[in-house]
Design a binder for this molecule. Structure first.
Ligand code: PLP
Length: 406
């Protein structure tokens, strides 16, 4: 009955596969059954910085509480922006905290603000495929048309991109934004090479588009330090850089940030006024203090070790249990394992069986613009316990072997 009340935008909002899986988990929990979730990119529950955050909050002096409990700047707290400028500076990104950084409610809000500020219906956005589904959802909600270029083992394939850009130009179509997750990409775990990062910037200048560099996973590197962000090579100000505390500190604090040229950040701040006026005062205070006390680096070191060990465990279990037709690459960072099955395998159809047996994964079709690609799946190793990883992979292995026999 309510359908005719919805706006075009409201009608376009539909629950995705993650919502479905979460619902299934609730249903099972109600019945007293458990579900091993190898789905979203949640933080390892045992490693959440409970003690560190408690200490910061306990130490808050009364005069600071008065700021925390008041409305704040739509750019974010000055103290946090200054800390974030230092933190990003260590990755080679120079940013003036007064005007070139905005604090957002997770980087998902930055994607939403970017869509509002830059995209008109019909505007062209290019993404590497497969890609993060909620970024696509954001761009599409505001009417953008999506074009894709493939991701290979060196990240976004830049030669294919150049061909695509030439074709689009020949058709008289202009690309406005390019969205990329260059380091430990979601879902494939790949890293874009330095050569490709530089080449991408050259193409952006030649074809006059902006690059949205989304970097939630760069800090979760298992071998050495974070790959240098594209923003660190950006002399022209074509890159809007996004990062977040969600994978390195806590997703519940909802602290993300965007760095870009002054005019862009100013527009995003105006859009943020409409969205939520300003980010949460207590979260921003905690985030600034964790940075100031040097605790974020410690948390990053800790979580890297935990995820590396969990990745190894998942890889070992897969070697043991998965059918030999399954293929995957060892991710050198990030939270996910991307698995390729033979053509004809249907990860979407098998999900219900997997849920019935008590394990959830994300079918790969959710990361493609063409949902008929059904022979991939994404597995998460950050959230499940070690026991759940071993058990869940065992169950999936059996299910997939059975499915391939038919
Ligand atoms: C590529 C990518 N961008 C953005 C986000 C959103 O993160 P946040 O919690 O900071 O909103 C995620 C979350 O998983 C992600 O994978």
């Amino acid at each position: 009955m309510e359908e005719h009340f919805y706006s075009r935008l409201g009608k376009a909002l539909r629950p995705g596969v993650i919502a479905r899986v979460v619902l299934a988990a609730f249903e099972r929990a109600k019945r007293g059954e458990k579900l091993i979730s190898l789905t979203g990119g949640s933080y390892d529950p045992e490693s959440l910085p409970v003690r560190e955050v408690e200490e910061v909050i306990r130490d808050i002096p009364p005069e600071d509480w008065r700021d925390i409990l008041q409305y704040g700047s739509n750019l974010g707290s000055g103290k946090l922006r200054a800390e974030l400028a230092k933190f990003s500076g260590e990755a080679g990104i120079e940013a003036d905290p007064e005007g070139e950084i905005i604090v957002t409610t997770g980087s998902q809000q930055a994607l939403d603000l970017i869509s509002r500020v830059f995209l008109d219906p019909g505007d062209l956005v290019v993404v590497g495929e497969p890609t993060y589904l909620q970024a696509l959802a954001s761009f599409r909600l505001y009417g953008a048309e999506i074009e894709t270029t493939p991701i290979d083992e060196e990240g976004m394939n830049i030669d294919a991109l150049e061909e695509k850009l030439k074709d689009l130009r020949a058709e008289g179509r202009r690309v406005k934004l390019l969205y990329t997750v260059p380091s430990y990409q979601n879902p494939t775990g790949t890293v874009m090479t330095e050569h490709r990062r530089r080449r991408l910037l050259e193409l952006a200048a030649e074809y006059d588009f902006l690059i949205v560099e989304d970097n939630p996973y760069g800090y979760i590197s298992f071998e050495g330090s974070m790959p240098k962000p594209i923003k660190a090579y950006d002399k022209e100000g074509r890159v809007i850089y996004l990062s977040t505390f969600s994978k390195i500190v806590s997703p519940g604090l909802r602290i993300g940030w965007a760095i870009g040229r002054r005019g862009f950040i100013e527009k995003m701040a105006l859009a943020k006024m409409n969205a939520d006026i300003c980010s949460d005062g207590l979260s921003q205070y905690v985030a600034a203090e964790l940075l100031r006390r040097g605790l974020v680096h410690k948390l990053i070191d800790r979580i890297r070790r935990v995820y590396r060990e969990k990745r190894d465990l998942m890889l070992e279990s897969m070697e043991l249990h998965f059918p030999e037709e399954a293929e995957w690459r060892e991710p050198k960072g990030g939270l996910f394992l991307w698995v390729e099955m033979p053509i004809g395998f249907d990860a979407d159809a098998l999900l219900d069986d997997a849920l019935r047996r008590g394990v959830a994964y994300i079918p790969g079709s959710n990361f493609f613009t063409d949902p008929s690609v059904r022979n991939y799946l994404r597995l998460n190793y950050s959230y499940p316990s070690r026991e759940e990883i071993a058990e869940g992979i065992g169950i999936l292995g059996e299910l997939f072997r059975e499915a391939l026999k038919h």
